[in-house]
Design a protein around this ligand. Structure first.
Ligand code: FE
Ligand code: CA
Length: 527
């Protein structure tokens, strides 16, 4: 008898829930076939003072057929039991109950839990029939106004399954962080053809439909390192482009699919994202191609974290067109005057207003942004690409960036720090009101994490560019890994944690660089 089975019988003996009912769809004898339906692990997200969102998905056969059939499971809804305990042995149960998994959402569970105690760890698990899921751990946020003295979190981005093993996820889990910020490119929709791979996206096709996006997430969630990280700490979650399609923005495909066609693809991609993430069903349940994921989280008086959506509401890329040979999406004032149009936005009007309201009402000493693409200016310096802007990042939305940084300065936002992903390399940046003026004040600090596995940008070219940008204090593309942050009232310590070899499933970890931001003083210093 396995430990899980013993635990289940213990539960059956003591539970207020009639266990024989768990996992049975209304009017049906059998809902899933042999084995376990908990093949994709568990996760927690959206930590609040009195609860969080718990996630799992019943998937006795993780992969969906081409026709969209969910294998080994049937029925419109299935009951799923859950337990939340104050200890990892489930001796001290806080809440126990039954929720449901809907076929319409691939039998995923998004359980919004309330009524817990603030600022403490809980352990949770799900049951279906005789199967019990693995145990996950989640912290509730401290009570509003609590004088929290420490918060530890990690940031991750750009995990391409084919390009490496997810050792960065494993090593971050080993640090037992309070939170993990997922900053985008959590999956890659395409099949790698240009770089050597260590394993394959098993269906061999680019994800473009609901079944193919579902399969991509299912495959990623069978990875033991990712499962472990998700079970270790609650996630704060945003996306970038590869959750849908490379370099898309709003309804605009980088492959020039007609917007009405592309929105069908986006709807499938967003839905599969929702089905696999511990997002709030009240806030984030998708509505066709629309899905609200930007949100903010408070950790007492210590930190307010605003997770931004840099893709869904952005204006069409400046000088929207196929990447040009030798310059990709680099455009200059001369080649693309539209770049500087004040009406162009990366956040969209509503999200930008929401962000400013969040700053105005913030109770926190540290105001942290988690978002997808690099915010700092990256000036280029060669030939007719002198002073060009990469149109897919904040550089492609210079007036929106100037407005946000001016607002941060005018509103005297307390200790603003931005965490970003997307560019597959580490960057430490001073965010300035005017990036062209060395004397312009630093108004915020930016840390850009490297990729978990995805390939870096062209090294020599980027090094030449980086040197010409005095506000860029550090750039390093060689390593894969994550970012680990230890925050107290007085200082934020940020470590760039790199793995020895992403093609080695047993890769070790070390610290490449460590920075301190002192409260009251924008800009990172080594230390
Ligand atoms: Fe990426
Ligand atoms: Ca990206």
């Amino acid at each position: 008898m396995t430990i899980n089975r013993r635990r289940f019988l213990h539960l059956a003996a003591s539970s207020v829930v009639a266990p024989a009912l768990i996992g049975r769809a209304a009017g049906q004898e059998r809902t899933w076939r042999s084995g376990t339906p908990f093949t994709l692990g568990v996760a927690a997200g959206c930590p609040r003072p009195t609860g969080f969102v718990l996630w799992t998905r019943l998937a006795p056969e993780p992969f969906v057929s081409e026709s969209g059939l969910l294998g080994g499971i049937s029925g419109p809804t299935i009951d799923v039991g859950y337990e939340i305990a104050r200890d990892d042995a489930f001796q001290d149960i806080a809440v126990r109950g039954i929720t449901s998994a809907d076929r319409d959402f691939a039998y995923s569970v998004h359980l919004e839990v309330d009524g817990l105690e603030p600022g403490r760890p809980y352990w949770y698990r799900f049951m279906s029939g005789e199967a019990v899921s693995r145990t996950g751990r989640a912290m509730t946020a401290p009570a509003a106004g609590a004088d929290l003295d420490r918060l530890r979190f990690g940031t991750v981005s750009c995990s391409h399954y084919e390009l490496g093993y997810f050792s960065p996820y494993r090593h971050l889990a080993d640090e037992h962080p309070d939170l993990v910020m997922y900053l985008g490119d959590y999956i890659y929709e395409y099949i790698e053809k240009r770089h050597p791979t260590v394993r394959a996206h098993s269906d061999g096709v680019e994800a473009t439909t609901l079944p193919t996006y579902r399969n991509r997430y299912a495959q990623y969630h069978t990875d033991p390192d990712l499962q472990r990280l998700r079970a270790e700490a609650p996630g704060l979650i945003t996306w970038d482009d590869h959750e849908v399609e490379n370099d898309y923005g709003d309804q605009w495909s980088a492959n020039f699919i007609a917007p009405e066609q592309f929105l069908l693809r986006r709807a499938a991609a967003y839905r599969a994202f929702y089905e696999h993430m511990p997002l709030s069903p009240r806030l984030s349940r998708p509505n066709g191609p629309s899905m609200r994921i930007y949100d903010r989280f408070d950790f007492g008086k210590l930190a307010r974290v605003s997770m931004l959506d840099g893709r869904q509401y952005r204006s069409r890329g400046a000088c929207y067109g196929p990447p040009r040979k030798g310059r990709g999406h680099l455009e200059t004032a001369a080649s693309c005057p539209e770049l500087f149009d004040e009406n162009r936005s990366i956040l969209g009007t509503e999200q930008e207003g929401w962000l400013y309201l969040g700053f105005a009402q913030s109770p926190a000493r540290w105001n942290i942004l988690g978002q997808d693409v690099m915010m700092a200016r990256l000036r280029t310096n060669e030939g007719d690409l002198r002073d060009a802007h990469w149109t897919d990042a904040w550089d492609g939305y210079p007036s929106n960036r100037a407005r946000v940084l001016q607002h941060i300065s005018d509103a005297k936002v307390s200790n603003p720090v931005v965490f970003s992903g997307d560019i597959h390399s580490y960057w430490t940046n001073d965010l300035k009101l005017d990036f062209d003026k060395p004397s312009s004040p630093v108004v915020a600090t930016e840390f850009v994490g490297t990729s978990v596995t995805a390939t870096p940008p062209p090294e020599e070219q980027m090094r030449r560019y980086a040197r010409d940008n005095p506000h860029i204090r550090f750039f390093e593309p060689k390593f894969r890994g994550y970012v680990s942050v230890d925050l107290t009232r007085e200082r934020m310590q940020t470590r760039y944690r790199t793995v020895s070899d992403v093609t080695d499933p047993q890769a070790t970890v070390s610290t490449l660089k460590s920075y301190v931001v002192e409260s009251g003083k924008a800009g990172a210093i080594e230390g």
